[in-house]
Design a protein around this ligand. Sequence first.
Ligand SMILES: Cc1cc2nc3c(=O)[nH]c(=O)nc-3n(C[C@H](O)[C@H](O)[C@H](O)COP(=O)(O)OP(=O)(O)OC[C@H]3O[C@@H](n4cnc5c(N)ncnc54)[C@H](O)[C@@H]3O)c2cc1C
Length: 402
Amino acid sequence: MKEFDIIVAGAGPAGLYAAYTASLNDLSVLVLEKDEEIGKPILCAEGVSNRTLELFFDKFPQEIIRNSFSKLIVKYNDSISYTDIPDMGVILNRELFDKYIALLAVNSGVIIKTNEPVINGNRENNKMIIETNANKYIASIFIAADGVESKCARYFGINTTTELNDIYSCCEYILTHDSISEKEIIFDYSPKFARYGYTWVFPRGGNEANIGLGVIPSKSKKKAKDILNEYIELNYKNANILEKKAGAVPVNPLRKPYSDNLLIVGDAGKYVDPITGGGIDNALRTGRLAALTAIRAIRMNDLSEKAMKYYTDLIKRDNLFSLKMQLKLKIIMENMKERELDEMFKSILSMLNNKEILSNEFYESINGLQGLFERIKQFGLLMKGIASKRTMIRILLKLLWV
Ligand SMILES: Cc1cc2nc3c(=O)[nH]c(=O)nc-3n(C[C@H](O)[C@H](O)[C@H](O)COP(=O)(O)OP(=O)(O)OC[C@H]3O[C@@H](n4cnc5c(N)ncnc54)[C@H](O)[C@@H]3O)c2cc1C
């Protein structure tokens, strides 16, 4: 059996970035991927902030970017806001993006094997025995990066079941329509379509867009696909639909995404933002933090659960803290009456309208929120996710950097 310092299951952004980071630090790393090709199939609207790309990549290749947007449109029933966001983000080509991280990883020494799903695992004598459809391998540390349908951590006794309220069922169409502008990114929170979720229009260049929505299946009376069809019929009549896809987004991070010799990253750890559905940034982030934990553990020759807990310590220090806050907001918004939602969105939209928001200002105000959040927590206002609606509206407004 071939032995590695680290074996990663899953060649998405989380697993590949973990592998790349560990390999840069001279660890031997094997990545095992279920599918035949990296970056295929992809289920993603491909939106990401420029800041994420700056944080994780030197000289990010421009050919991986499909389109740059510069205007944010937020809709809620008949209310609408227009905000200039000239340097905020881009729409990626995810297939090329995943392949690019794979290339960085391979160039730094990582071995990637595709068409080789992990099908079982055992812990023996402080080592991980990883079984695929073709081989058995040994590693000091195993990183489960196998996405939303993650099973790999279960081979080692971790319960990764997602509660029904903690998953968005998503449907997305790639289409062309004359009314689509390549500069406008749209979030639509109108409850008649996505009462427990959101609708997005992400421009891919020209008049092509990825239009999709996510709903909580246990709360929504209709299926995501049926609501999306109604949305498109009403807003993009006679659109030319090029592709239809469906998938899921898990939104409540695992309480303990580690155990002896094991770390869980990205969607497998359920690190997706419940308000925007964004998971690429968190996948890269958790991938990097898991690799740093593994590097430290191997250097200290301590692969115990206690050493692995360093991963969640790093997560707490990182701005992943905002996920926790977004989750509380999700719960509060779900429990709001429609009249309260109306009031809240109308005030948010009127504050966003006709503003210009620059990326650095946005992230400065987000960072400033950590202090605010800590103070509120201290006073017990967010105990069990229940605060006065007025307080939550104030927090939400702050969150939206206005
Ligand atoms: C419809 C939709 C739209 C989205 N839009 C956006 C967006 O616009 N912006 C954004 O930031 N996020 C978006 N997301 C979320 C984002 O796609 C994910 O958060 C991100 O892909 C997570 O990366 P990951 O590496 O954790 O998992 P994945 O990218 O899912 O990678 C997991 C990999 O593991 C492999 N695998 C699975 N099982 C095994 C196994 N047993 N052995 C080996 N390999 C295995 C899979 O084949 C896959 O390659 C969207 C999600 C959906 C569903």
